[in-house]
Design a protein around this ligand. Structure first.
Ligand code: TYD
Length: 201
């Protein structure tokens, strides 16, 4: 992969098909001979994977406590997984990253988005991605993520959706209609990655 698109992040509401698309895009790039590391958040390294279980089992944390735990996980994810892979010349694709904190811990939990951004950048380890892809859905897909959906309810889902849309506009994230056929979505994402690689390569 040419320089410029080394770190790609997939974001989206629960049930938007992010994980499927991360797998498909990673597979396609590997077939083309690109060395890719696929990772995820919360998680992506031993420390953060251990915290993931704790975080996702919590019913309710203090909003700042939640933001800090997510931030601490991200610092270690960057330091021990993402940076080393980039240094080896690999492309990194992450299923969720800082954008999730900006939306969930920021907009939805009522903390200023800039504060969440600054909190995450208190450590110099935390990188900004080269490209953020937002898989956008108009309505929840009930069947695809019943557990999360049931746990936090419809209002929460729509608040997350609106938060993502707001930030996508603000930061120029590449937004894709996740209702489309998976093949078409994969093509669109690959097209965007190659366009950006050419522009910046
Ligand atoms: P997960 O089961 O991985 O959901 P999904 O398959 O939709 O990615 O759960 C991750 C949850 O953690 C999801 O509800 C979003 C939340 N999250 C945050 O609140 N802040 C963050 O910074 C990250 C990375 C995730």
């Amino acid at each position: 992969m040419k320089r410029g698109v080394n770190f790609v992040v997939f974001e989206g509401v629960d049930g938007s098909g992010k994980s499927t698309q991360v797998a498909r895009v990673t597979e396609d790039l590997k077939e083309r001979g690109v060395r890719v590391l696929a990772t995820r958040e919360p998680g992506g390294c031993g420390f953060a994977e251990s915290l993931r279980k704790i975080i996702l089992d919590q019913d309710r944390l203090d909003p700042w406590a939640e933001a800090m735990v997510m931030g601490a996980s991200r610092i270690e994810h960057c330091r021990t997984t993402i940076r080393p892979a980039l240094s080896r010349g690999e492309m990194v694709i992450s299923d969720r990253y800082l954008g999730s904190s900006l939306v969930y811990q920021g907009i939805v939990n009522g903390i200023d988005v800039e504060e969440i951004y600054r909190l995450n950048h208190l450590s110099k380890e935390v990188l900004d991605p080269d490209l953020v892809i937002l898989l956008d859905l108009e309505h929840p897909r009930r069947s695809s993520d019943q557990s999360t959906f049931e746990k936090r309810g419809e209002a929460f889902w729509f608040a997350v959706r609106d938060g993502y849309r707001e930030l996508a506009k603000r930061y120029g994230w590449f937004t894709i209609d996740a209702e489309m056929e998976p093949d078409i979505i994969t093509e669109a994402i690959l097209g965007r990655i190659f366009d950006q690689a050419e522009l910046q390569g």
